[in-house]
Write a protein that binds this ligand. Structure first.
Ligand code: 3DU
Length: 219
């Protein structure tokens, strides 16, 4: 793990689409988060330069769910790291060569790669769930820093933890999707990822603090 601190164990999913809100929420929650995850909603809404703006508050994980041929994966990851991201989230279903290329690219920037295993939404049981443990072992074989595993299914986080051993598990699905931060952490997640419950609140800092306190209680 090159970049992700393990302090509050909370990662903010910053899925707002304008600079003003992105800065407001980041500033308000900065003391409670280990990282901010930025994906297509914010980057398409504002431009790639937003990564550098948000880096001032916390390390940025670029959630681009990279899923292409190795050369294109390399180009996408390079752009994200050049823009200031500390980590990039990639898919594993494209195969080992693609994931390896992402990990190779991340090394050049001393950055991290997280591989998606099973997603947190109901539809993930159709195609991803049957392959999730294999996707987790691809992450291990390719020496990724960690995996993304579903807080909506803590029992799956536990099973994925059994495969990835000491890799970092980051876990979305807390709050708006029905998952609990404490359950995900108890099941073996290192960090929970929370979006709408925090940025959709009038007081994002207070919401973030509540989640951090919930996590502290189960340590
Ligand atoms: O549901 P929330 O608003 O707390 O946001 C969750 C974030 O995590 C959001 O950015 C979504 O795209 C991302 N994510 C998942 O929710 C589930 C996954 O399996 C992977 C990423």
């Amino acid at each position: 793990m090159e970049s992700l601190r393990r302090n509050t164990q909370l990662i903010l999913a910053l899925d707002v689409t304008d600079v003003k809100n992105a800065i407001r929420v980041s500033k308000d929650t900065a003391e409670y988060v280990d990282a901010v995850k930025i994906g297509y909603p914010l980057v398409l809404g504002t431009g790639l330069g937003i990564i550098n703006d948000i880096c001032k508050f916390a390390p940025v994980i670029a959630d681009f769910k990279v899923a292409d041929i190795p050369n294109t994966d390399h180009l996408i990851c390079s752009q994200a790291f050049e823009a200031g991201a500390s980590a990039v989230i990639v898919h594993g279903f494209t195969g080992r060569d693609s994931v390896l290329e992402c990990v190779r690219t991340a090394k050049k920037y001393e950055g991290d790669i997280f591989v998606v295993t099973e997603m947190s939404h109901p539809g993930a049981v159709e195609f991803m769930q049957p392959k999730a443990l294999e996707l987790a072992s691809i992450a291990v074989e390719c020496k990724a820093s960690g995996v993304v595993a579903p807080a909506t299914r803590p029992e799956r986080v536990r099973q994925i933890r059994g495969v990835v051993e000491n890799l970092t598990i980051i876990s979305p699905g807390v709050g708006a999707q029905g998952g609990s931060a404490a359950d995900a952490i108890r099941a073996g997640a290192d960090h929970v990822i929370v979006g709408r419950s925090i940025y959709g609140s009038k007081t994002p800092g207070i919401e973030a603090e509540k989640i951090v306190k919930e996590i502290e209680k189960c340590r």
